[in-house]
Structure formats: structure tokens, C-alpha cells
Design a protein around this ligand. Sequence first.
Ligand SMILES: NC(=O)c1ccc[n+]([C@@H]2O[C@H](COP(=O)([O-])OP(=O)(O)OC[C@H]3O[C@@H](n4cnc5c(N)ncnc54)[C@H](OP(=O)(O)O)[C@@H]3O)[C@@H](O)[C@H]2O)c1
Length: 106
Amino acid sequence: MSFEQAASLPMAGATALQGLRDRGHIQSGRKVLINGASGGVGHFAVQMAKSFGAEVTGVSSTKNLQLVQSLGADRVIDYTMDNPVHRTERYDLVLDVVGNLSLRNL
Ligand SMILES: NC(=O)c1ccc[n+]([C@@H]2O[C@H](COP(=O)([O-])OP(=O)(O)OC[C@H]3O[C@@H](n4cnc5c(N)ncnc54)[C@H](OP(=O)(O)O)[C@@H]3O)[C@@H](O)[C@H]2O)c1
């Protein structure tokens, strides 16, 4: 890994950790939705949430669904085909990295 690559990790990684652990109080067995799961913050968040023992659903576009699954997500939602807000699932914690979800409806 180059110095440049290494230097890019703490910001996105710390953001994911703060959201899940410090603000979200994530716990094992909780159902977690990560919107933007294939992105800089989200791809860390998926892996961290799994390491905390959560049940993880990740939202990304079609081309990145496989990536999100490979990071450990239990379920994936393609935002080009589906809207998490319109589904019946409910979550204990939502990390909305994109910021486009209506949390009132989740
Ligand atoms: N990266 C950091 O270090 C950092 C730190 C603090 C705050 N932030 C902030 O966090 C936000 C995201 O940053 P990022 O670096 O994670 O961005 P990013 O790498 O560009 O990732 C964006 C994510 O959003 C998804 N996405 C795009 N449009 C969407 C939609 N309509 N519905 C659901 N998902 C959608 C993308 O999925 P596809 O790629 O599959 O389309 C991708 O997973 C930005 O506001 C940024 O300023 C970032």
C-alpha cells in the first residue's frame, strides 16, 4: 500500500466508525441499513457493522451490488430499481451516507 492510499483511510474509516459506534450505538444482532454502501465511507461501514455482529443491508447501484455483498452485507438493495423507504423491512440503525432518505419513513 502506498503512503497516499494509507493516508486516505483514516478519514472515511473514522467517519464510518463514529456513525456506527459512537452515534449509532451499534450492537450485535441489530438490523443496520447502510445507504451508500459501495462508497468511501459506506464500504468501511459495511465491514465494520459486520464485525460488530450486525445484520447488514447495503444500498448501492446495480454495478456495485456484488462488491457490497463481497464486503459482507447480508442483503443488498439496488437504488436504481428499489427504494429502501418503500420496503416493509425496519431497521434498528440507519447510516445514511448519501443523505437522501426520508428517515421518518424508515
Ligand atoms: N470519504 C470520506 O472520508 C468522508 C468523510 C466524511 C464525510 N464524507 C461525506 O460522506 C458523503 C459520502 O462520501 P463518500 O466518500 O462515501 O462518497 P462516494 O465514495 O462517492 O460514495 C457515494 C455512495 O453513494 C451511493 N449513491 C449515489 N447515489 C445514490 C442514491 N441516489 N441512493 C443511494 N445511494 C447512492 C453510491 O453508490 P454507487 O457508487 O453504487 O452509485 C456510493 O455507494 C459525502 O457527503 C462526503 O462529503 C466523506
